[in-house]
Design a protein around this ligand. Structure first.
Ligand code: GLN
Length: 537
């Protein structure tokens, strides 16, 4: 089994996760089985309890694990089947070691970071390899080299390499080569110092992936090679992409990165056929159509809070050969300025998931605007709950209808706590999580889009549609087109005789890929495009 360890230097947000994912794309297309895991140095057991301000999106896997959003990149860029074992935090490592200590496994010994914590991390590296039966395990170490909290992970991969054999392990360091305007040139010093930090621990990178705004010339490459002790061929340029993150694998292939990795790890494979990927890029760069989608949320100023949603919308565009301009609408702005001013002109309106009351009234106005004006609408998780509340208030005339999450005393709790949640008090990992089966109503929009009557989708919620209101909603024309197999939980609602009005309790965005756009997003963008065209006539 071969291992690639990806570290990052100088600054955060260099796109280490994307680089790791893109390497996965290339290696898979060389016929290799790949798995990718992320080590996160923070002490939370998982990111499930963290706010989007702290952490960005929480990405949910089939098995219900709440994980880092980089796992979203891994799944979108590769076919690797990820589980909760693909995201390890310091919190989990310490929890495991402390459980063992209490059990008496270390009886008589002092429990220490080295070797006990670092051994535990190495165990996980071996376990993931065995479980996934991959040819290549890519491990991304979160954070930046030099962070105190990341040290045990870096030490662990150094120790791991010691015993694994030099042709089985490769260290790839993603670094930043800034362009200094005043000097008019790219500067290598931060990279030199970042790599020096890594070498202090005992790791010399085999490959330096240099994130930069401008191309690296030969002279700079030579300088980086000399000062960082990396062979010349190991200096790889990763320049800012022009159009889309999906260009990264093609860029790295052009730099010869996958060839180099395979040579260093002694993997004999044909080169990667990226023709379908090139077609995706063609559709992203020169699409035949264009549409604007308004995403109404409360974390719209954050780049990463709705990451998978934005990506899935773009995939929906790819499926329709359509460029999508995503415009983020602050829900509270709708409350202040009204729906017409804030939402006018969008081909479609999307309300993603969320927690907490702030912005809910604005979202309700957005759902009403879309429903009443025949504008394609897609609601996801909280988005479905919002659509339900809106329908109750404005169609059923239950003016005080609400979700008990936001108004525990509402006389019309159309969204209520899930039964299974009644006695749960702990917050971490206790929502209804992960992949669950769902039955679709034949002939519904959902069934037509999925081209199936049975689906599995990922969940992350505590509240649900309140069944005591079902009849009333149905009489008023709402269609419950998706339900749990026992019929107890509403999973999809649709408003018939509308250009497209569909909302799901699950999160379809987690299963969309650029080369396999999710059917609901494909249908939503198709409807948005048609709606835009009608408007332009
Ligand atoms: N807050 C809602 C719930 O817990 C919706 C969750 C979500 O959108 N992920 O049910």
């Amino acid at each position: 089994m071969k291992h690639i360890f990806v570290t990052g230097g100088v600054i955060s947000s260099l796109g280490k996760g994307l680089t790791a994912a893109a390497i996965g794309t290339l290696l898979e297309r060389r016929g290799l089985k790949v798995t990718i895991q992320k080590f996160d140095p923070y002490l939370n057991v998982d990111p499930g309890t963290m706010s989007p301000y702290q952490h960005g999106e929480v990405y949910v896997l089939d098995d219900g694990a709440e994980t880092d959003l980089d796992l979203g990149h891994y799944e979108r860029f590769t076919n690797s089947k990820l589980t909760r074992f693909n995201n390890l935090t310091s919190g989990q490592v310490y929890q495991r070691v402390l459980d063992k200590e209490r059990r008496g496994d270390y009886l008589g010994k002092t429990v220490q970071v080295i070797p006990h914590i670092t051994d535990e991390i190495q165990n996980r590296i071996r376990e993931i390899g065995e479980k996934s039966e991959a040819d290549v395990v890519i491990t991304e170490i979160g954070g930046t080299i030099g962070d105190i909290e990341g040290l045990p992970f870096v030490e662990a991969i150094r120790e791991f390499a010691l015993n694994a054999g030099s042709n089985n392990v490769l260290f790839l360091h993603v670094t930043f080569v800034p362009f200094i305007k005043a000097a008019g040139e790219l500067k290598t010093k931060p990279t030199q110092q970042g790599v020096a930090k890594l070498r202090e621990i005992g790791i010399t990178p085999d490959i330096l992936v240099c994130r930069c705004e401008k191309p690296l010339n030969k002279e700079l490459r030579q300088k980086l090679s000399l000062f960082c002790n990396v062979q010349y061929e190991g200096i790889i340029e990763e320049i800012d992409v022009e159009h889309s993150i999906y260009e990264v694998p093609l860029m790295l292939q052009q730099e010869g990165l996958d060839d180099l990795i395979c040579r260093k790890l002694e993997l004999k494979t044909p080169s990667a056929d990226m023709s379908d990927w090139q077609d995706i890029i063609r559709k992203l760069v020169t699409p035949k159509n264009q549409v604007r989608i308004g995403v109404v949320g409360k974390y719209v100023e954050l780049q990463d809070a709705y990451k998978s949603v934005y990506e899935a919308v773009i995939h929906g565009g790819i499926a329709n050969d359509c460029g999508v301009k995503i415009e983020r609408v602050e829900a509270e702005d709708i409350e202040k300025k009204g729906a017409i001013k804030t939402l006018h002109g969008y081909g479609g309106i999307l309300i993603p998931g969320g927690f907490g009351e702030r912005g809910t009234e604005g979202k309700i106005l957005a759902a009403q605007y879309a429903r009443e004006n025949n504008i394609p609408f897609l609601g996801l998780c909280l988005g479905m709950q919002i659509a339900t509340i809106e329908f109750a208030r404005n169609v059923l005339n239950l003016k005080e209808a609400h979700s008990v999450e936001f108004s525990p005393e509402t006389p019309h709790p159309v969204i209520a706590l899930l039964d299974e949640q009644q006695n749960i008090t702990n917050k971490g990992g206790t929502m209804r999580l992960g992949s669950q089966p769902c039955k679709l109503t034949p002939e519904s929009i959902a069934a037509k889009l999925y081209n199936s009557n049975e689906i599995n989708e990922r969940h992350r919620h505590r509240y649900e549609f309140n069944n005591s209101y079902r009849e009333e909603f149905e009489k008023a024309g709402l269609l419950f087109s998706g339900q749990s197999p026992d019929g107890n939980l509403v999973e999809i609602i649709e408003v018939p005789r509308h250009s497209f009005y569909l909302a799901s309790q699950f999160h379809p965005e987690f299963k969309s890929k650029p080369n396999k756009p999710h059917p609901l997003f494909e249908g939503f963008i198709k409807a948005a495009l048609a709606c835009d065209r009608n408007r332009n006539v």
